[in-house]
Ligand binder design. Structure first.
Ligand SMILES: Nc1ncnc2c1ncn2[C@@H]1O[C@H](COP(=O)(O)OP(=O)(O)OP(=O)(O)O)[C@@H](O)[C@H]1O
Ligand SMILES: [Mg+2]
Length: 251
C-alpha cells in the first residue's frame, strides 16, 4: 500500500465540544477515497484538519498528528517547522459552498496563482485555460472571463473553485461535496474528471450520495457517531445491497 495521508489520534473540538475523538485514518495515494457520514458529524471538520484550516477559528482546539506525503516527502502538518502557507499550496480544497473571490472569473484563478506561486502572466494564462477545461467550465466562460465571478450560476461557481484548486497542481485535493450544486450530467462530468485525476493526485472526497460514492470510491470510510471512522470493505463497495444495509446500520 502507498499511503498519502496518515491521521493519528486526531481530536478536534469547538468551544470545548468534541467533534472528532481520537480518530485514526490512513488514506492511500490516488484514490478517490470517499468519506460519507451523517450531517453534522464532522466530515468537513476532518477535511479542514488536513490542511489546518480549523486553526483559523479561535475556539477550535486540535490535537493529534497528521502526516502528508507532499512532493515525495512526509510532512508533519502540525509540526513546528511546517509553514502553513506552503502546506496549503500542496493541499488544495474545494469547499461545500463555493467561495469565489469578488473579482472576475479569470482573476479568481490568476490572483491566487500570482500571489502564492509568483507565476508569470503567460504561465498563469496557460494554467487558467487548462484548469477551466478540466473543470468542464471553459466552454461556458471563455467569452466572459472578465465578468464578475458572482454572476456565474452556483454550479458554475463550484466548478470555478475546482478549477482554481486544480490550477495549483496540488499533491492532495480535498473535495467537500464537489457536485452538490450540479445537475446530474454536470455531476457525472466532474466524477469522470475525478476518476481521471486520481492517477495524478490524491483525492479525498466527501459525498452525501451513495450512488456517487459507489461510482467514485476506490476506498471508502464512514464517519461514525463516536467521532471515529470505519473503513468500508472492498466487497461491500461492489455490492449495492450490502452497502445499503451497511449504511442503514451506520447512519
Ligand atoms: N466554526 C465552528 N464553530 C462551532 N462549531 C462548529 C464549527 N464548525 C463546525 N462546528 C460543529 O462541528 C460539528 C461538525 O461539523 P461539520 O461541518 O464538520 O459536519 P459535516 O459532517 O461536514 O456536516 P454536513 O454533512 O452537514 O456538511 C457540527 O456539530 C458543527 O456544528
Ligand atoms: Mg460538511
Amino acid at each position: 500500500m502507498n499511503s498519502a495521508i496518515l491521521v493519528e489520534d486526531l481530536s478536534v473540538s469547538f468551544a470545548g465540544q468534541e467533534v472528532l475523538r481520537g480518530l485514526n485514518l490512513e488514506i492511500q495515494a490516488g484514490g478517490p477515497t470517499v468519506l460519507v457520514g451523517r450531517s453534522g458529524l464532522g466530515k468537513t471538520t476532518l477535511l479542514r484538519a488536513v490542511n489546518r484550516l480549523n486553526e483559523c477559528l479561535p475556539d477550535c482546539v486540535t490535537t493529534g498528528r497528521v502526516r502528508l506525503r507532499l512532493g515525495g516527502e512526509w510532512v508533519e502538518a502540525y509540526g513546528p517547522a511546517t509553514v502553513v502557507e506552503d502546506l496549503r499550496k500542496r493541499v488544495g480544497m474545494v469547499f461545500q459552498t463555493p467561495n469565489v473571490l469578488p473579482v472576475s472569473v479569470e482573476r479568481n484563478i490568476a490572483l491566487p496563482l500570482r500571489l502564492a506561486l509568483g507565476l508569470s502572466a503567460a504561465e498563469i494564462e496557460a494554467r487558467q485555460e487548462q484548469a477551466l477545461r478540466e473543470a468542464r467550465l471553459w466552454d461556458e466562460v471563455k467569452d466572459r472571463l472578465a465578468a464578475p465571478a458572482q454572476t456565474l450560476s452556483g454550479g458554475q461557481q463550484q466548478r470555478l473553485c475546482l478549477a482554481r484548486a486544480l490550477a495549483f497542481a496540488p499533491d492532495i485535493l480535498l473535495l467537500d461535496e464537489p457536485t452538490s450544486s450540479l445537475d446530474y450530467k454536470a455531476a457525472r462530468g466532474i466524477e469522470d474528471l475525478l476518476l481521471e485525476l486520481a492517477s495524478r493526485y490524491t483525492l479525498l472526497v466527501v459525498s452525501h450520495s451513495l450512488n456517487q460514492a459507489r461510482r467514485l470510491a476506490r476506498f471508502m470510510f464512514v464517519l461514525r457517531e463516536d467521532g471515529q471512522v470505519e473503513a468500508v470493505d472492498k466487497e461491500a463497495l461492489g455490492d449495492k445491497e450490502r452497502l445499503l444495509t451497511l449504511m442503514d446500520e451506520l447512519f
